[in-house]
Design a protein around this ligand. Structure first.
Ligand code: ADP
Ligand code: MG
Ligand code: ZN
Length: 626
């Protein structure tokens, strides 16, 4: 892929000149301290010198700050030297004493420093410092010959799509919703005038959210490829590096470059490296100033440019959207979020086709079977899978990839992924299927303004193994007590299904229980929905709600009230649990049927799901009394 470095950097020769200069300077500096053998005279103790003076045996003395050199009238012994030196000590009476004994004496003139050495001693240390910086910058950099002072330059690589290696939407598969959203972005970039003419504001930031390897980077390259505009690519972690303040400077530099090349795209990979919530670090003293500065600079830059007919669109990718700072997600910044998720069965099939075209495939290879066996694989895993199979085939000197190679490759890739716990075993998959169908059936029968739209057992996101999607059928701002009780029952539907079918529970329901308990607590503590406790707000509102910290500490209540609250919350959850169990026992056959269906298909949605769920019946004992 044609990823090019911007090459307006100072050449490597600068470094060489530096080196010569510094070597020279160091030599000069040290030459001052080297002993000069020409001036060597025997050194004697100070007391001896004083004795000689008192004995009127000194003819003359020459006093400098670090030595006194003196000449004797006559040598103490035959042939011994008459010129001697001693180290001066602080002695105010020395001049007087010398005068009394008729010694001719002189002091050295104040030393005139050599201008050349002075300049060098000012210039050399900074040069050494810069050299050290340069060394680090080069080591952490891209290996290029970056100049000494360019470490604040953005390290963005410009990706210029050329004809044959251009990435287009055709190279990305299995993420159709994301593609549809990004097609619009391409349109903005191609015909900005059309949007400007009508007064529409072109989105500045689009955030691609999804697990690793699902094609976020690939998608953004495809956007650049489709729109035919320059594409700056930089990773969030490259902003935050060694030098404090460099991150912010790099952001500034990057946007400056981009504005010159507009219309263009800036792609910031791993946005979470700089965009972590600032509130999160409040507890820790100081937080991470460098990252915060970089983030602030990014926000400023995104607010700063308008570029009506020369748009700069910032794409960013993250797999931890929940850690991002709320300020990043505000309108005018990354106000659009595009989910790039792991592909479902048909998506995997299409991705496999793309990569199968790049290798020689034997006749009769069944890609459908491979797609079925690879639930939970991301696009990158599938690409890897095909490559592994080709390697296996090549190793045994086959000329084409066969089904067996692909099967073996699956096992290899799975082994790698299992360590990251992203692939479900067959029995786990079964539990997840019943669990999700449990949510769906209970959710369908409970009141409230939403309907079950989709059940999936493709592992999604970071923690969910499967999911049941409920979409609101009408916009609601108020929830009745019955709605909330229904929500709790729905949340417990998953775990209840596990109990009904397997008679055992797994850890898969932790998040459901958390949310169910939260709702029950709010019903009692915040909404005053408990009959025994009355319409009192036992939870305190406020606190740091905007920063998303844990809210609602309890008001000061008596022990008895606290116990009553706990009992009441427990009662709500227990009743909802019983209700869910009753519903699932009553619809046991349907639960079985839908679960088998979903185990075969992985996803059920739309009319099919509607038809199946319409068969469910609400038993009398699970009725909510309004
Ligand atoms: P991410 O940025 O989401 O972590 P990448 O875009 O870097 O993932 O994906 C890595 C590689 O995996 C891509 O270069 C591509 O070869 C392959 N890949 C991932 N997702 C897809 C997809 N949906 N369609 C085709 N290829 C994909
Ligand atoms: Mg990536
Ligand atoms: Zn669940």
């Amino acid at each position: 892929m044609p990823i090019r470095q911007d090459d307006n950097r100072p050449s490597r020769r600068f470094g060489l000149i530096n080196l010569v200069l510094i070597g020279f300077g160091v030599l000069l500096l040290f030459s001052n301290f080297l002993p000069n053998p020409a001036n060597q005279v025997p050194r004697v103790p100070y007391s001896l010198f004083i004795d000689e003076v008192n004995g009127d045996n000194v003819r003359r003395a020459y006093i400098t700050s670090d030595q006194i050199r003196y000449e004797l009238k006559e040598a103490p012994a035959e042939g011994s030297p008459t010129v001697l030196a001693t180290t001066p000590i602080f002695d105010m009476e020395l001049p007087q004493r010398l005068e009394q004994h008729g010694v001719e004496f002189a002091a050295a003139p104040p030393q005139k420093p050599n201008i050349f050495t002075t300049i060098l001693s000012w210039v050399v240390p900074p040069l050494i410092f810069i050299l050290v910086l340069q060394f680090f910058a080069r080591r952490s950099g891209m290996g290029g010959a970056q100049g000494a002072l360019s470490f604040t330059k953005s390290k963005a690589k410009v990706y210029v799509p050329d004809e044959e290696s251009r990435v287009t939407f055709a190279d990305v598969a299995g993420v159709d919703e994301a593609k549809a959203e990004l097609t619009e972005i391409v349109d903005f970039l191609k015909k900005p005038e059309r949007y400007a003419a009508i007064g529409a504001r072109i989105p500045k930031g689009v955030l691609l959210v999804g697990p690793p390897g699902t094609g976020k980077t690939l998608l953004s390259k495809a956007v650049a490829g489709e729109a035919g505009v320059p594409f700056f690519i930089i990773s969030g972690s490259e902003f935050v590096e060694l030098f404090v303040g460099a991150g912010a400077a790099r952001v500034r530099d990057l946007f400056e470059e981009a504005k010159k090349k507009a219309p263009c795209i800036i792609f910031i990979d791993e946005l979470d490296a700089i965009g972590k919530s600032r509130g999160g670090s409040m507890g820790i003293v100081g937080g991470n100033d460098e990252r915060e500065q970089t983030l602030n600079q990014l926000l400023t830059e995104m607010d700063g440019f308008s570029g009506k007919d020369k748009p700069v669109i910032v794409l960013a990718a993250t797999n931890q959207p929940e850690t991002l700072d709320a300020a990043l997600l505000r309108p005018g910044r990354f106000d659009r979020q595009v989910l790039v998720d792991r592909p479902d069965l048909s998506g995997r099939r299409t991705i496999l086709e793309i990569y199968a075209k790049k290798v020689k495939l034997a006749e009769g290879v069944d890609l459908d079977r491979i797609a079925q066996a690879t639930a939970g694989f991301a696009g990158a895993d599938l690409a890897n899978l095909v490559n592994e199979a080709a390697l296996l085939a090549a190793r045994v000197n086959r000329t084409a990839v066969e089904q067996g190679d692909l099967n073996e490759a699956i096992e290899r890739v799975v082994a790698g992924l299992e360590k990251k716990s992203r692939v479900l075993q067959a029995d786990e998959k079964k539990v997840v299927a019943y669990h999700e169908v449990g949510h769906a059936i209970v959710g369908h029968l409970m009141p409230g303004g939403s309907k079950v739209a989709k059940i999936s057992i493709v592992p999604r996101g970071m923690s969910a193994l499967g999911y049941t999607l409920q979409l609101p059928t009408e916009e609601r701002f108020l929830n009745s007590k019955e709605d909330l009780e229904g929500q709790i029952a729905t949340l417990l539907g998953g775990r209840s299904a596990e109990e009904v079918v397997f008679g055992a529970v797994t850890t898969g329901a932790a998040n459901d229980l958390q949310r169910a308990t939260d709702i029950a607590e709010q019903m009692v503590g915040t909404y005053g929905m408990s009959e025994t406790l009355g319409p009192l707000a036992y939870d305190k509102q406020g606190g740091s709600r905007f920063l998303g910290g844990p809210s609602n500490p309890r008001r000061v209540v008596s022990d008895a009230t606290a116990q009553a609250i706990d009992r009441e919350v427990r009662g709500l959850v227990d009743r909802a649990h019983d209700r869910a169990l009753a519903i699932l026992h009553h619809n046991r056959d349907l639960l079985e049927r839908i679960s088998q269906e979903i185990l075969a298909k992985e996803v059920i949605e739309g009319d099919e799901l509607k038809g199946l769920l319409a068969e469910s019946v609400l038993p009398a004992e699970a009725q909510l009394v309004a």
